[in-house]
Design a protein. Structure first.
Length: 134
């Protein structure tokens, strides 16, 4: 019986651990994503978005946003889970500590601007620049 108890505990703990759900993008979000990167080539992941203008922010889905820098470069920013409220009309507030734009590892919160109540939070996971040749 002493040998059985640790095995049962291990099985119970293992059953609670689940793999993260893969991110799925709806049809409209996929069209927006493809429109933003059309004619552009993905570059190596970056540590930070060099500069941002909040008017050039596009929310693709709850895990993906884009910053356009002019007409040639679009930075696709992949977020961890927790910012799904972005698609519900809330806004993203990033807390960055380096560079002038969001950086990998920065915290982000989804906030209802009317009530100023945070409704979710996530981390910047990856930043990929897409650049138009020429």
């Amino acid at each position: 019986m002493r040998l059985l108890a640790p095995i049962l505990v291990a099985m119970a703990v293992a059953s609670c651990a689940t793999a993260p759900e893969p991110a799925t993008r709806g049809a409209e979000a996929q069209r927006n994503f493809e429109r933003l990167i059309a004619g552009k080539t993905a570059g190596a992941p970056q540590t930070c978005v060099p500069t941002i203008n909040t008017s050039d922010l596009t929310i693709i889905d709850g895990r993906t946003i884009a910053y356009r820098l002019g007409s040639r470069t679009t930075y696709i920013v992949h977020l961890s889970g927790g910012c799904s409220g972005l698609t519900s009309g809330y806004t993203l507030v990033t807390e960055h500590f380096g560079g002038s734009g969001p950086c990998r590892g920065d915290a982000a919160r989804v906030v209802d601007l009317t009530s100023r109540i945070p409704v979710g939070s996530c981390i910047v996971n990856q930043i990929v620049p897409y650049t138009q040749a020429g």
